[in-house]
Design a protein around this ligand. Structure first.
Ligand SMILES: *Cc1c(COP(=O)(O)O)cnc(C)c1O
Length: 453
């Protein structure tokens, strides 16, 4: 079909579109007249654009109306086994964090207000003492996310006259286009690359510092990959002993050293003790809190961050701040943190409990229990395989992708892992009260899968 004939047909069908009022009438019983009109107008405008662009498909405008009325951001059931899944919102929050968040959401708060003096306060005050206590740092600041923390740290301590020294093995991309060389460029500081991709030695740092004695040392954790074999890099203690300002981007904030699986992840307190001026980490990776970025370190360096103009643009909202304070408070008691912070509980759950959950899920869905392994995700512990029992579903006609699609379109949407030609449900990332709804979604999807409806 030529472009012109498509356009002619598009115009013909354009004339067949219903009026806003007629379309709105289809859903007016389910909502208010004003809402129905607003949604109908948007659906018609969208369809008109599609027809003018040459669309020839058949669409059900009423389905589109209903879809637009439903919230776009929804709760989903994560059966992928990936604990920190950025596309699925990273860390689910603890009950304590949810409570703090809803209480703060409902009304006003002393966000930037000192109750005893009646004077203006600062939002960092609500987590400063907790972070000092948990990391040993002199001061702390919270911003919108981990990327913001790194950007602010570099912008606040480096400058056009004060370059940033980074090992070539750490010039990494974190994901979503966050690349260390570009972050340093955004902060306006020259970048001095040292060493090689696989090996950087202390003398590479000392040589660079001899030429630029004022330079800042930036160390970046290889979060989502590892170099293995003929590799060498400089530990945080030796780096801090050089006496320069050190920014340590540890990526995932491992606060609790009590959790065994963390042994390989750098902890914030370790870097603080070594003498790093600023330590940056995410609050919604292994820390298990809301989206936020944390900066801890020496008072002078943290103050420089707080006073930088970017700090206002990158500041944390009151809801994540409330959730973060509640999450951090749980860390005072590591055993309690491991029980109540979902990411930690899922990471450390014992095989027996997993097996029991898998059996229940298999029984309710007609699947079979097999052994399989998943990853932590979120750029943390990339080599750690979380092995355990999962439920394997057998799709009709052996098409796992079709069954996975049906599960995703369930209510609530269920996101499985597709591996080894099968559809797997990993009970590790499903909460206790999600097993029943998950089984319901599977039964409906399997029924449709068999009938092909
Ligand atoms: C994840 C990560 C970041 C970015 O943190 P976000 O919270 O995702 O913005 C920065 N640096 C490292 C090393 C990371 O692992």
């Amino acid at each position: 079909m030529s472009v012109t004939s498509t356009r002619v047909e598009g115009r013909t069908r354009l004339r067949e579109l219903p009026s806003v009022d007629r379309l709105a009438a289809a859903i007016v019983d389910e909502t208010s007249p004003a809402t129905a009109t607003s949604v109908a107008r948007a659906v018609l405008a969208e369809r008109r654009r599609e027809l003018l662009a040459g669309a020839t498909d058949e669409v059900d405008l009423i389905d589109r109306l209903r879809a637009r009325c439903a919230p776009s951001l929804r709760r989903v059931l994560n059966a992928t086994g990936v604990l920190i899944h950025t596309n699925l919102g990273r860390a689910p929050l603890s009950a304590a964090a949810v409570l703090a968040l809803t209480e703060t959401a409902r009304g006003y708060s002393n966000l930037e207000f000192e109750l005893d003096s009646g004077r203006r306060g600062e939002r960092a005050q609500h987590v400063r003492e907790l972070l000092q206590e948990l990391t040993g740092a002199q001061d702390a600041l919270v911003v919108n996310n981990g990327a913001a923390a790194v950007l602010l740290a570099v912008a606040a301590v480096a400058s056009t006259e004060r370059p940033v020294i980074v090992s070539r093995g750490q010039l990494v991309e974190i994901g979503g286009g966050f690349r260390i060389p570009e972050v340093v460029a955004q902060a306006g500081a020259p970048l001095i690359e040292i060493g090689t991709t696989n090996r950087t030695r202390l003398r590479d740092y000392t040589a660079a510092l001899a030429k630029s004695p004022d330079a800042v040392l930036l160390r970046v954790h290889q979060s989502n990959f590892r170099t293995v074999g003929f590799v060498e890099d400089v530990g945080i203690d030796s780096l801090c002993a050089l006496g320069a300002v050190v920014i340590d981007d540890i990526g995932s904030g491992a606060l609790s050293r009590e959790v065994i699986a963390f042994a390989e992840e750098p902890s914030a307190s370790r870097s603080v003790a070594a003498g790093a001026s600023l330590v940056c980490f995410s609050a919604d990776k292994l820390l298990g809190g809301p989206q936020a970025g944390i900066l801890v370190g020496e008072s002078g360096a943290v103050a420089a961050c707080a006073q930088h103009p970017l700090a206002r643009a990158l500041r944390v909202g009151r809801l994540p701040l409330a959730a973060l304070a509640a999450t951090l408070a749980l860390y005072r008691d590591p055993a309690r943190a491991a029980r109540e912070i979902p990411v930690l509980a899922m990471l450390t759950i014992d095989q027996e409990s997993l097996r029991e959950r898998a059996d229940r899920l298999a029984q309710a869905t007609g699947g079979t229990v097999i052994e399989s392994s998943a990853q932590v995700g979120g750029g943390a512990l990339p080599l750690l395989e979380l092995t355990g029992p999962v439920v394997r579903l057998e799709p009709s006609e052996g098409n796992p992708l079709a069954l996975a699609a049906r599960l995703r379109l369930g209510d609530p949407p269920l996101i499985p892992r597709v591996a080894d030609g099968g559809v797997l449900l990993d009970p590790r990332t499903l909460a206790e009260d999600e097993l029943e709804p998950a089984a319901g979604v599977v039964r409906a999807a399997m029924r449709d899968d068999r009938t092909g409806s």
